[in-house]
Design a protein around this ligand. Structure first.
Ligand SMILES: [Zn+2]
Length: 187
């Protein structure tokens, strides 16, 4: 009976194993069965992951070199907008033939399982502080509204606090842009 390969990222290497110099290229596409990543952004269940890998038979085992592509989803860390961004990561790892020495990755029963390798490559590349765009101005601290670019630029250049108080007075009744809450009059 044939061995059943478990896992979507398993690739048979029977035809190149123990034949140094042989090489095969594989492209695989996988719909994820579990979420990758635990942070603000992650790769969702059901999203597609592409792996383009070259497997080279070398003396010690099978050298896997390639790229993995996925799309992460989550929220902008500044303005909470939903974001979805592609990510592409290169990887290279030796899958050693089983021996006395412990290794992170091994050739098992004439196949290699790329899952841990490509998942870690993607998860390590996910941003800790994801943003919808590099210059996202974030939320207005007073109103909680999303800042437009103009307001963002405004907020980036804080006014001297004494002058700010004076401006609140002069702003009242004027048509000037109003960012302060309306009930500041009695305070
Ligand atoms: Zn944003």
């Amino acid at each position: 009976m044939k061995t059943r390969f478990n896992g979507p990222f398993v690739i048979p290497v029977r035809d190149i194993a123990r034949r140094a110099g042989e090489m095969r290229e594989h492209e695989i596409s996988v719909d994820l069965k579990e979420r990758w990543g635990e942070g603000i952004v992650s790769v969702a269940v059901g999203s597609e992951v592409f792996v383009d890998v070259r497997l080279e038979s070398v003396h010690e085992g099978i050298l896997a070199t390639g790229t993995v592509e996925a799309t992460y989803e989550g929220e902008c860390g500044r303005c909470l907008t939903e974001i979805s961004e592609p990510v592409e990561v290169e990887f290279q790892e030796l899958f050693a033939y089983p021996s006395e020495e412990a290794t992170d990755f091994e050739v098992q029963d004439d196949h290699v399982d790329l899952e841990t390798l490509v998942r870690e490559a993607i998860v390590m590349s996910l941003p800790f502080q994801p943003v919808c765009r590099p210059d996202c101005p974030g939320l207005d601290l007073e109103t909680g509204e999303r800042l437009t670019e103009e307001k963002g630029a405004d907020a980036a250049a804080p006014i001297d606090p004494r002058w700010s108080a004076l401006q609140q007075i002069t702003d009242q009744g004027s048509t000037a842009e109003r960012r302060a809450p309306e009930n500041t009059e009695g305070s």
